[in-house]
Design a protein around this ligand. Structure first.
Ligand SMILES: [Zn+2]
Length: 434
């Protein structure tokens, strides 16, 4: 007997069917093992306008499970992607270093694949055109596919043609039938957000020319575990990948991994190069080296994953102890940045306006709004200079070098930066790490 329970809000189609018998998103095995349970949390991109502060706010379980067969770390899908992504608050171009990362990639990959005026580069979840824009002066035709209409519109204004659609086999089939197949498919930080992984990967295979290449970038699960990056777990990120699991997913769909690079982005990512299994591309020795490394590190054993929970609880206690000590001394703390992952950290640790005076963000969409759950007000960056806090809690810690550099003037009044992950530590802009 199926013990699926039906959607509890089918009229809105926002809350999707959930199950007491969750199955793996890749291999359909029953999920029995907890990776980490971060309790109940609101959607991390649901920044609230003041008018909604007194309304009920939906919370969903933030309970990551791990599959004992393919070791995919995953959340159940509680909220349908069209609700999450139809108006997305994240504009990639607000991060200077991320745009530069994209620019360097475009120059590198154009040379490596010898892309030219007859090629087609397609980016899935192309956001505001932060990446594809760099192909335009290089003379490489591009197409963006982006489900959020508001960010796709920003891309079009940059001259990047963008389809406002969800990607999967249906769209890939349609494009392929129209003669639009890709020499290069780019998926940066999108794989985690795909509810139907198998349909998405099958779609990439359909869209790819016989000798084409796919590059995917995603945070590496090995770094997430090694550096306590539990705050990168949120409802919009359904899946968390090791290289071992990625290899399994590729093989399942008639693809092969032909190369892999380690990147510093998002706390430590992988850039994985894939091609048709039948193509002439020869895999680099780096592929088997990383697979061997992960197997030796225990990524093929369930116990490795089960240990993560206690590590996360300890990180929470240490951060709270530090913040409580600051408040006992009467210090004023503001948060720099209000990224999605900041809200996992704030909600899981219970850090609200009692600790954080206010948060600032470079994204004007968030100004005047409040963080989901904790309701910390978000202001423009200039508000820091007026409030002159003693500490800035850096929530997008993956950009800490960029932020500490941009905001180093706060040292003039003795303000210091608190970096919460991997372990709480303080950076004095005048003196470096302490
Ligand atoms: Zn599985």
């Amino acid at each position: 007997m199926q013990d699926n329970i039906a959607s509890i809000a089918s009229d809105e189609k926002r809350v999707v069917a959930r199950t007491h018998d969750p199955r793996c998103r890749i291999c359909r095995s029953t999920l029995r093992h907890t990776f980490v349970d971060l309790g109940m949390s609101p959607l991390c991109e649901s920044f609230l306008p003041a008018a909604r502060l007194n309304e009920m706010e939906p919370y969903y379980p933030l309970h990551a499970l791990v599959c004992e067969k393919c070791f995919l770390v995953q959340l159940q899908e509680y909220v349908s992607p069209d609700h999450i992504f139809s108006e997305y608050a994240y504009f990639s171009s607000y991060s200077t270093s991320w745009v530069e990362h994209a620019r360097l990639y475009c120059h590198m990959i154009k040379e490596r694949l010898r892309l030219g005026p007859n090629s087609l580069a397609v980016e899935l979840a192309s956001n505001d055109g932060y990446l594809l824009q760099h192909f335009l002066p290089l003379g490489v035709p591009v197409m963006g596919i982006e489900p959020a209409a508001n960010v796709a519109e920003a891309a079009r204004k940059r001259g990047v043609p963008s389809l406002v659609e969800f990607f999967g086999t249906t769209l890939a089939e349609r494009l392929a039938t129209e003669g639009k197949q890709a020499d290069l498919i780019i998926g940066n930080n999108v794989l985690a957000q795909v509810p139907d992984l198998n349909d998405f990967v099958a779609g990439m295979k359909r869209l790819l020319k016989p000798e084409g290449v796919i590059t995917l970038e995603f945070p590496h699960l090995e770094r997430l575990i090694a550096e306590n990056q539990f705050d990168t777990i949120y409802h919009e990120h359904f899946s968390y990948f090791s290289f071992v699991t990625t290899d399994r997913l590729a093989k399942l769909h008639g693809l092969k991994i032909i190369d892999v690079e380690k990147l510093k982005t998002h706390g430590g990512s992988l850039r994985v190069y894939l091609a048709h299994a039948t193509s002439s591309h020869v895999p680099s020795p780096r592929v088997s080296a990383l697979l061997d490394h992960e197997i030796e590190s225990g990524f093929g054993e369930i116990e490795t994953y089960a240990r993560f929970s206690e590590q996360v609880r300890r990180t929470k206690r240490n951060l709270l102890s530090f913040l409580i000590a600051c408040k006992e001394q009467g210090k004023k703390i503001c948060a720099y940045g209000a990224p999605g992952k900041g809200n996992t950290l704030l909600n899981y640790c219970g850090i609200g306006p009692d600790f954080i005076h206010f948060a600032v963000d470079r994204n004007p969409y968030k100004h005047g709004r409040f963080t989901p759950g904790m309701h910390i007000p978000i202001k423009p960056v200039e508000a820091i200079d007026e409030a002159k806090p003693d500490y800035l809690l850096v929530l997008p810690w993956n950009l800490k070098d960029e932020i500490v550099h941009q905001m180093r003037h706060v040292g003039e009044w003795g303000c210091r930066f608190i970096i919460p992950i991997p372990e709480v530590h303080v950076i004095d802009p005048a003196r470096g790490v302490s």
